[in-house]
Design a protein around this ligand. Structure first.
Ligand SMILES: Cc1ncc(COP(=O)(O)O)c(C=O)c1O
Length: 441
């Protein structure tokens, strides 16, 4: 029998993702509504959203254009098969998206998540080289501390230890650049750190080791998010681009977090002035309302596949829900909302106020580094001896008690608020965090 509407459901059956399940179920934190900058929890408390849900609700919650688009679409066309068939909004959305991307990245392949986007891009890179007669380029290069989702391709090129160590040998033929985090030289940098462009030369080292002819692609997040907000040192991405070009290696930017306005331009590629060959997105693409992701491919890569008999499939890859009508409708409503409110560049006008606010935490207890760009920041805390991650988690719980949602990864507290944030929200966010830092041991 189904439970009555008011009965509280048991928390037993749901095995929660990336969650301390036992801790959570002792005192569940359940959100029941959201509007603008705020959630509401089960007790009816307002909770300020300091992380755009999970780096995805860039336009804020409950935006009318998106809600209406989803409602109308559900009644009009619930599903259309994406293989050998399609529906108009998938094409409309792709055309709208490539108006925003860096020049050349004008082909769009739809997925349903960041993880799927990453695995799609890796497969595209391998297949591209094979299609042009360089099938020996099979090696994929990621970076230490990288996060590229949780599928096997993504964890293989990823570099977060806990996400990898339980899962065997993963893909073979993968290597990693060193990460760029260098607190000894760069702690408390405002914006891009000064030191570390030379770390891109790691790619030359790997080329010397493996030979360029074996390497298909390098994948990096322009700003590493999930590992604790690590900014690219000045000149680093440019240097990576140059080395890739020199050796015929594709450069993939994973913009699942940085895409759609987070760093002050529509994409971090534009913020940093470096264009990759493939770019993965998700999250802010549909404002988190319906799952959706995409890979943006350079025209040249796409065209390489478009040979052979016309009746044959060119790329043996895709998902049942690629370009799902509900997701396309949500994404179109999202793009309208971004355009109407000027959100894709709003972070660039707010970033100095945001930077000033977050860097005001510098002298608070436990703070050992602060990193920021656009509307994203990482506040790194000294870990407690024998309890890595626990201090930041206690800060997260304290903020939650005070009605503010932040996120932690390791001992870094991450902030990535909706791009509609106003100065009074920034004050509340930072001051709540300040009080939590003072309270937590
Ligand atoms: C850079 C990056 N890539 C991929 C992903 C995975 O996205 P998803 O959780 O939608 O699969 C994330 C998620 O945070 C991400 O930050």
């Amino acid at each position: 029998m189904s439970s009555t509407p008011d009965a509280k459901p048991s928390t037993s059956a749901y095995w929660m993702p990336f969650t301390a399940n036992r801790q959570f179920k002792k005192a569940p934190r359940l959100l029941t509504q959201a509007d603008g900058m705020y959630f509401r929890d089960e007790q009816g408390r307002q909770v300020l959203d300091g992380i755009a849900g999970l780096w995805c609700v860039n336009a804020g919650h409950n935006r009318p254009r998106i809600v209406q688009a989803i409602q109308q679409q559900a009644a009009e066309l619930d599903f259309a098969p994406p293989f050998q068939m399609s529906h108009p909004k998938a094409f409309e959305l792709a055309e709208r998206l490539v108006q925003l991307t860096p020049a050349g990245l004008n082909k769009v392949f739809f997925t349903n998540s960041g993880s799927e986007s990453v695995d799609t891009a890796l497969k595209m890179a391998l297949a591209y080289h094979r299609a042009r007669g360089e099938g020996h380029r099979t090696r994929l290069i990621g970076r230490e501390r990288g996060y590229h989702g949780v599928n096997f391709g993504g964890i293989s090129v990823g570099g977060m230890v806990a996400n990898r160590k339980m899962f065997g040998t993963m893909l073979s033929g993968v290597d990693h650049l060193r990460h760029t985090h260098d607190p000894a030289r760069n702690a408390f940098s405002v914006g891009q750190p000064q030191h570390g462009a030379e770390l891109a030369d790691d790619l030359e080292r790997l080329v010397a080791l493996h030979d360029a002819s074996t390497i298909a692609a390098v994948i990096v997040e322009p700003v590493a998010g999930s590992t604790g907000v690590l900014l690219p040192p000045q000149g680093y991405l440019q240097r990576l681009r140059e080395i890739c070009d020199r050796h015929g290696i594709l450069l993939i930017f994973d913009e699942v977090i940085t895409g759609f306005g987070r760093t002050g331009q529509p994409f971090a590629a534009q913020t940093f002035g470096v264009t990759p060959d493939l770019m993965t997105v998700a999250k802010g693409m549909s404002n988190g309302c319906v799952p959706m992701g995409a890979v943006f491919a350079h025209q040249r890569i796409h065209d390489t596949f478009m040979t052979g008999p016309e009746h044959l499939i060119e790329f043996f890859h895709g998902y049942t829900y690629s370009g799902h009508p509900l997701a396309c409708a949500a994404a179109l409503g999202t793009l309208d909302t971004y355009a109407e409110d000027g959100l894709l560049t709003r972070a660039s006008t707010l970033q100095s106020a945001f930077a000033e606010a977050v860097h005001s935490l510098r002298d608070e207890p436990h703070v050992i580094d602060i990193r920021n760009i656009g509307l994203v920041a990482g506040i790194e805390l000294a870990p407690r001896a024998q309890e890595p991650g626990k201090r930041a988690f206690d800060v997260f719980l304290d903020c939650w008690e005070q009605g503010v949602l932040v996120r932690t990864t390791g001992d870094t507290v991450a902030l990535s608020p909706p791009l509609i944030i106003e100065p009074e929200h920034i004050d509340r966010l930072v001051n709540t965090l300040r009080q939590a830092l003072r309270r937590v041991a």
